[in-house]
Write a protein of this length. Structure first.
Length: 378
């Protein structure tokens, strides 16, 4: 029936109590159904919802493990909290780093101590932990390793910030995420924000930068400066970079404490080799000094690869001996069991290490030639 055809008195007549309740009930059911349908459609259309939910669950799990439950975090802070690192999960200690004793002692005095002995430095503005520390030097020389050891030794909360965590396709979201890095760190303090390969994230600003990136960098810097104004703020940014010349000069200014982690010297190489080979079954005549002399220009990570390759020669030998024995067995007398190879790997010898070194020198020569032919663009 159309409204015009409805009798006047029916429209003007006051509703009875049950009619009013019925109408209210119908209205609220209709409202609820509309609300949940719109919400469901919005959720279904939001492509990043699942990712956000995953990050939220991960963050909650991590925070429970670390023991910082009960904090009220915003949605953006939750997605940053997914990058928290549980110091107890980090296996690297100072003892796993060789040849960098001076750097370690310096780091312990200037970075770890102010965090650990907060009560001593409370009344001195000058003795506060630095707001920014930069580890720089050639690749593979132990920067990330040092950062892991710092995370474990400092006892602070540690956010391993990856640039991808701050990027979002929606305009303005990156800025919100950047702001939440600092607000989360302040809530969790004492806290270290670690940015590995900081040059890729906070590189020199240029006119070609995308507007969102430029705004994010500017905001990062101003929030970083803001840490100074907060009383007793225990938040530090730790950066690591192979190319400090590419890091924005304004960022470098905010990291006055820098540690150069150079290519290891002969003595350092010997110490690194010693450390890497600790616990391995070694022949008594291995001469690490000779190896250290012959590995000029090798980084810690190259030395590790070299030792790994040398260790594999033993495995190859073992497999070959087993195969040979299996082939020869039918040709031998039944009870000749003495020839059976032992079920253990032989000790690692100097020859293994030298063979691995030759192989590595060769491959390094090939890569160096390729780099000269096709110089890297960055
Ligand atoms: N000083 C060192 N002592 C022991 N191992 C080292 C050292 N430097 C490098 N390494 C080895 O090289 C690997 C790579 O080092 P990493 O810290 O990631 O280098 P980067 O300086 O590029 O961050 C480490 O996992 C470790 O095995
Ligand atoms: Mg690294």
């Amino acid at each position: 029936m159309i409204l015009g055809e409805t009798p006047q008195d029916l429209l003007l007549r006051p509703l009875t109590r049950s009619q009013a309740i019925g109408m209210l009930l119908r209205l609220s059911v209709f409202g609820a159904v509309t609300y949940f349908s719109i919400k469901w459609v919005c959720d279904a259309l939001d492509p990043s919802r699942e990712e956000r939910q995953r990050l939220k669950k991960k963050a909650q799990r991590l925070m429970k493990k670390i023991g910082v439950e009960g904090l009220i975090l915003t949605e953006h802070e939750m997605s940053i909290a997914a990058h928290l690192v549980n110091p107890r999960d980090i296996k690297v200690t100072w003892n796993d780093i060789a040849g960098l004793d001076d750097v370690i002692a310096d780091l312990q005095d200037t970075v770890i101590l102010p965090f650990q002995k907060r009560h001593l430095f409370k009344h001195s503005k000058l003795c506060q932990p630095p707001k920014g520390v930069l580890l720089h030097g050639p690749p593979g020389c132990g920067k990330t390793l040092l950062a892991k050891a710092i995370a474990r030794a400092s006892g602070c909360q540690f956010i391993n910030l990856q640039p991808a965590a701050l990027t979002d396709k929606w305009y303005g979201e990156s800025q919100k995420l950047t702001a939440s890095v600092f607000s989360l760190a302040t809530k969790l303090q004492p806290c270290i924000i670690f940015i590995d390969e900081i040059d890729s994230f906070l590189r020199n600003r240029s006119a070609l930068d995308h507007e969102a990136t430029a705004m994010m960098k500017a905001q990062f810097m101003s929030l970083w400066d803001g840490l100074d104004t907060l009383p007793d703020c225990q938040v530090m940014i730790l950066g690591a970079s192979n190319r400090p010349q590419d890091v924005d000069s304004a960022i470098l200014r905010r990291m006055p404490l820098t540690f150069q982690i150079c290519q290891p010297t002969q003595q350092q190489r010997q110490e690194i080799l010693q450390l890497i080979l600790t616990g391995e079954n070694m022949s008594h005549v291995v001469n690490l000094n000779e190896l250290a002399v012959r590995t000029e220009g090798y980084s810690g990570s190259d030395l590790r690869e070299l030792c790994r390759d040398a260790a594999m020669y033993r495995v190859r030998d073992y497999v070959r001996k087993q195969q040979m024995w299996l082939v020869m067995r039918p040709l031998k007398v039944a009870d000749d069991k003495e020839d059976k190879p032992t079920d253990r790997l032989r000790p690692m010898t100097q020859l293994d290490l030298l063979l691995a070194l030759d192989k590595m020198n060769e491959s390094k020569g090939v890569t160096a030639a390729a780099t000269l032919q096709h110089p890297s663009l960055d």
